[in-house]
Write a protein that binds this ligand. Structure first.
Ligand code: M6R
Length: 608
């Protein structure tokens, strides 16, 4: 994972790099470093810890020079040590590099280079790259990088500087890297938020491309050395979206942005009884009618969105749907043909497993429609078509607004398909659209209960375990609630279909086990869930219920109630998840956890 940035221009690089790399801290945060070049020398400072901690120790602002590279690390190869932190330099100390990715043949290369006399100081795979470039350097940095890259197997996003060159060389293969085009200055970064303060003009580097950035221009080449023309895109995010704007954490801000994010996901896509996603989905009416199977591939929270999508699509569109962990999909020879539609869901668009599943599906002849938040990401570019969630930058590692926006897009696809297949008459589509339009205000009303939810967090934050139970379309919400709690508060939490509890987890229930039920009135399994609640209560469990406003039946039998407004059954998850996000957030904050950057996690999991 890791975040990388690079700068070349007329200003002091270190300050710009420091601010930019902080914007990428969600990609990794166990060590950080910056290297600049000035007066024929490389200056470098790095250490372990989060960026601010490292800055306090080393004072990055002492690094002079107007060309530089910076890195925030999420360790993959080599422990968290100062030596393993990036940037890495070659033996002569004239070349410095930053790297995101994994070099699979690093052991062989290490051996070869060591035999030639290169001295290694770290345990990282990255260090072989800098020695390889050094080994092939004959006065032309780009040429040395090109020769080195041909020997590498694996993934990389690279930034390279040399103390004798007024240029910054960048390269990518299967790890994200963009170029920011400024006025008299240019940037590289793993992700757009890093450079939004300076430019909105972006070039998306493709795999096996190398860029040479100078102060006043840039060129892009293929690995064969031939020049390539690249399109400059204008991004529609602004820098304030990538700031906390008074919220204590990005996660809290993003939870509160959900009504707006959902509004953006709907905007321009619905009108009366029309769902206007034809161009985005890129499938003809005939192709849609021929779809006989849908496979949804995703990871983590996006996988939970897929599970909700399965309920939506099977219920209204009458097509069998399978939801696959992207990481498993390609290892079991899936049955896919030209009438299979594969939907890949990813906030970042860079999740390596989802990308690999997408490639496998395409290889087998399926059409891949993706639901993606980050424009220009790998999944965006490799899918046959993409429906963006338009949730804006999501910085908190725990996904929140991306999830509810993904559900809205899945709902739009469902209603669109249902209408085209003649399963949803005009009147029903109109009603479905009306239900959808109710959501932002309803979400707002749930968010207004934040203080009440916080009070409950105070009751539960010292517990060691929690169980989340739901049925039907709310079962994935139980999984999502449990994931949110465990990833940011480190409290062990399990999500289960409520009825499965009797087959094992019920043994865990005692007075110390809080059990969260999603028990909304409109759920067709409502009565059964009431029985499941009784089963927990009679074993001494403490029950917290997400329930429909005005429902006294649940209220009577549970210990704590969070109310959500009523909407149609298949939209309930979008409302039900909000109290669970807030509960997890407040518990983690009370525990003093690093909410936005939980331990061991990174926002975009770009390694398999
Ligand atoms: O960017 P993606 O949606 O592909 O990411 C998938 C998962 O890595 C992600 O949802 C992860 O589970 C989050 N930490 C959940 O909050």
């Amino acid at each position: 994972m890791c975040g990388i940035v690079g700068y070349i221009g007329g200003r002091q690089a270190s300050g710009i790099l420091l601010n930019s790399i902080k914007r990428l801290e969600y990609r990794g945060y166990d060590s950080a470093g910056i290297a600049t070049t000035i007066g024929g020398k490389i200056l470098l400072k790095k250490d372990i810890g989060k960026i601010d901690e490292v800055d306090k120790k080393v004072n990055f602002s002492e690094l002079k020079g107007d060309i530089g590279i910076a890195h925030t690390r999420w360790a993959t190869c080599g422990k968290v040590t100062k030596d393993n932190a990036h940037p890495h330099t070659g033996c002569g100390g004239k070349i410095a590099i930053i790297h995101n990715g994994i070099i699979e043949n690093h052991s062989e290369l290490h051996e070869e280079l060591a035999e030639k006399g290169h001295r290694f100081v770290s345990e990282t795979d990255t260090e072989v790259i800098v020695h390889l470039i050094e080994d092939n350097y004959k006065g032309d940095l780009k040429e040395a990088v090109l020769v080195a890259l041909k020997k590498l197997e694996g993934s990389y996003a690279l930034g390279v500087i040399h103390s004798d060159h007024n240029e910054l060389v960048a390269a990518r293969n299967d790890s994200p890297l963009i170029i920011g085009v400024g006025d008299g200055e240019n940037f590289i970064a793993s992700d757009v938020p890093a450079i939004l303060d300076h430019t909105k003009k972006v070039i998306y580097l493709d795999n096996e491309e190398v860029a040479v950035l100078k102060k006043d221009g840039l060129e892009v080449f293929g690995l064969d050395g031939n020049k390539r023309e690249k399109e400059v895109h204008e991004v529609d995010w602004d820098s304030t979206q990538a700031e906390k704007q008074g919220y204590k954490h990005f996660m809290l801000k993003e939870i509160f942005e959900q009504p707006q994010a959902v509004t953006e996901a709907i905007k321009g896509r619905v009108e009366d009884s029309n769902i206007m996603i034809k161009d985005e989905i890129g499938l003809s009416e005939e192709q849609i009618k021929k779809i006989n199977r849908i496979i949804i591939v995703a990871c983590g929270t996006s996988w939970h969105a897929g599970l909700v999508g399965e309920f939506m699509l099977e219920e209204l569109v009458d097509i069998p749907v399978e939801v696959e962990y992207a990481s498993e999909f390609r290892y079991r020879d899936p049955i896919v043909d030209e009438n299979t539609l594969v939907i890949a869901i990813s906030q970042s668009g860079e999740t390596a497993d989802t990308l690999a599943a997408l490639r496998e599906a395409k290889k087998k002849g399926a059409k891949v429609v993706s639901i993606v938040n980050v424009k220009g990401s790998s999944i965006d570019r490799e899918s046959d078509s993409v429906i963006y969630t338009y949730a804006g930058p999501e910085i908190g590692v725990a996904s929140t607004k991306a999830f509810t926006s993904q559900l809205v897009v899945l709902y739009l696809i469902t209603v669109y398909f249902g209408k085209l297949k003649g399963l949803l008459p005009e009147e029903q589509v109109r009603n479905r659209v009306r239900d959808l339009r109710k959501l932002p205000l309803q979400m707002q009303s749930v968010l207004e209960e934040k203080d009440y939810i916080k009070l409950h967090a105070e009751k539960f934050y010292q517990r060691k375990n929690a169980l989340y139970l739901g049925r039907g379309i709310n079962y994935p919400i139980a999984l999502e609630g449990a994931l949110k709690l465990k990833e940011i508060s480190y409290i062990h939490a399990e999500g289960y279909p409520a009825a499965e509890m009797k087959h094992g987890p019920i043994a865990l229930i005692d007075k110390d086990m809080p059990v969260v039920f999603i028990a909304t009135k409109d759920d067709r399994t409502y009565k059964k869930v009431l029985s499941n609640i009784e089963e927990v209560k009679s074993r001494g469990g403490e029950v917290i219920a997400i329930e429909s406003k005005g429902d006294d039946d649940v209220k009577k039998i549970v210990d704590h109630n969070f109310y959500i407004p009523e909407n149609s059954y298949i939209l309930t998850p979008i409302l039900a998840v909000i109290p669970l996000q807030l509960l997890a957030y407040y518990i983690a904050d009370l525990k003093g956890c690093s909410v936005d950057n939980p331990r061991n996690l990174a926002k975009a999991v770009s390694v398999e």
